[in-house]
Design a protein around this ligand. Structure first.
Ligand SMILES: Cc1cc2nc3c(=O)[nH]c(=O)nc-3n(C[C@H](O)[C@H](O)[C@H](O)COP(=O)(O)OP(=O)(O)OC[C@H]3O[C@@H](n4cnc5c(N)ncnc54)[C@H](O)[C@@H]3O)c2cc1C
Length: 330
């Protein structure tokens, strides 16, 4: 159901008094890398972790809450997100270095964390240069690249759960593995501490430059995309999937490179990336992703698992697209 002003008036009047800000009817399409998606009923920007905890303690349980990072791993459906969408910025963006440890708020950008650590001569954060999200989003999925991931350098993380209780947990309690974090789904990360090692600033800088260039050459980073669409099945041995092939290879072998549906397309440059050619709806992107999964399964027997989070409601006025697929001429 789409939000109506009356619906939102009732919703706002039920929300607790906070020090942060509530904003109604916020278009979320500008908040994701795909540039698609419907509105949030209410967007909440907490003043700090205590304010977030107060909100979560006092917010009626039947009101859904969803936290957003930078929307770089997110497909928001065209009907938008009901309830309260939480965005962490301001006080949550802080980064502080002390010796070889670094504390970072959940709203801090990975790229900023990498830069601060470079300037402090700390090795181990270079991979973050290529991940266009926030620390909170990275913790949620144990983001990683080039053989390193958040879990390799994390000491502890702080989070607030759905009842407003604050937690600080060590790495071992988070059960991090390939693109997985075992923290309960209702936890909202607020802060974390990482460790690095002292190293040469120029070498760190050169490695970050290599990451930047590798991204530019191998990924459609200047398009509307959500990064890797599917997890690499070979890494998910725990779930019994032992394919040696990476997701992009399976997609390529199934003939999906360049496959298009409405304004959505499988990238020609990196076929584990879906792109919005400018006119895509979230429904186009999701249906194309499902079609890729179907074709890969038919071709290789592997059912790919979405890496991109898909949230929100379908727009009832914009039914799922008819499956008119096109393959771009080579
Ligand atoms: C061009 C491109 C390249 C990419 N390359 C990589 C890569 O190399 N490696 C990689 O791992 N990823 C990559 N990604 C995906 C993405 O950048 C990462 O997964 C990133 O960590 C997502 O962070 P975010 O802040 O954008 O989270 P969002 O996309 O906003 O959210 C993702 C999920 O995290 C949850 N979340 C966000 N913040 C919090 C919080 N504070 N507490 C709890 N949950 C939270 C959201 O609810 C959602 O479920 C790439 C994406 C793009 C567009």
């Amino acid at each position: 159901m789409m939000a109506t002003p009356a619906h939102n008036k009732t919703l706002l009047s039920r929300l607790p008094v906070v020090r942060g800000r509530y904003i109604e009817h916020v278009d979320l399409s500008g908040s994701t890398w795909f540039r698609v998606g419907g509105p949030a009923d209410v967007l909440f920007r907490p003043a700090d972790a205590r304010d977030l905890a107060t909100f979560l303690t006092e917010c009626p349980r039947d009101i859904p809450r969803t936290v957003l990072g930078l929307g770089s791993n997110l497909l928001i459906r065209d009907g938008g997100v009901r309830g309260v969408v939480i965005r962490l910025d301001g006080a949550f963006n802080e980064i502080e270095v002390s010796g070889t440890t670094v504390t970072a708020g959940a709203g801090a950008l990975d790229v900023n964390l990498a830069r601060v650590c470079r300037d402090a001569g700390l090795v181990g954060f270079e991979f973050m240069r290529g991940i266009p999200g926030t620390v909170g989003g990275g913790l949620r999925i144990n983001a990683g690249a080039y053989g390193s991931a958040f879990g390799d350098i994390l000491d502890w993380a702080e989070a607030v759960d759905g009842t407003g209780t604050m937690h600080r947990v060590g790495l071992d309690e988070l059960e991090m593995s390939y693109r997985h974090c075992g923290a309960p789904q209702d936890w909202i990360f607020t802060s974390s501490q990482f460790h690095g090692q002292h190293g040469d600033q120029w070498e760190i800088s050169a490695r970050m430059q290599d990451v930047r260039l590798a991204r530019k050459e191998g990924q459609p980073i200047n398009t509307r995309t959500g990064g890797s669409t599917f997890k690499n099945p070979g890494n998910d041995i725990a779930n019994g999937d032992s394919s040696e092939l990476r997701a992009w290879e399976l997609i390529d072998r199934a003939g999906c490179r360049g496959l298009a549906l409405g304004g959505a397309q499988v990238s020609q440059l990196h076929c584990n990336f879906l792109i919005n050619n400018g006119a895509a709806t979230a429904a186009d992107l999701e249906a194309l992703g499902e079609e890729v999964r179907r074709r890969v399964h038919a071709h290789s027997g592997v059912m790919l698992e979405w890496e991109i989070y898909r949230i929100g409601e379908h727009d009832p006025e914009n039914d799922l697209p008819e499956l008119v697929l096109a393959k771009e001429a080579p």
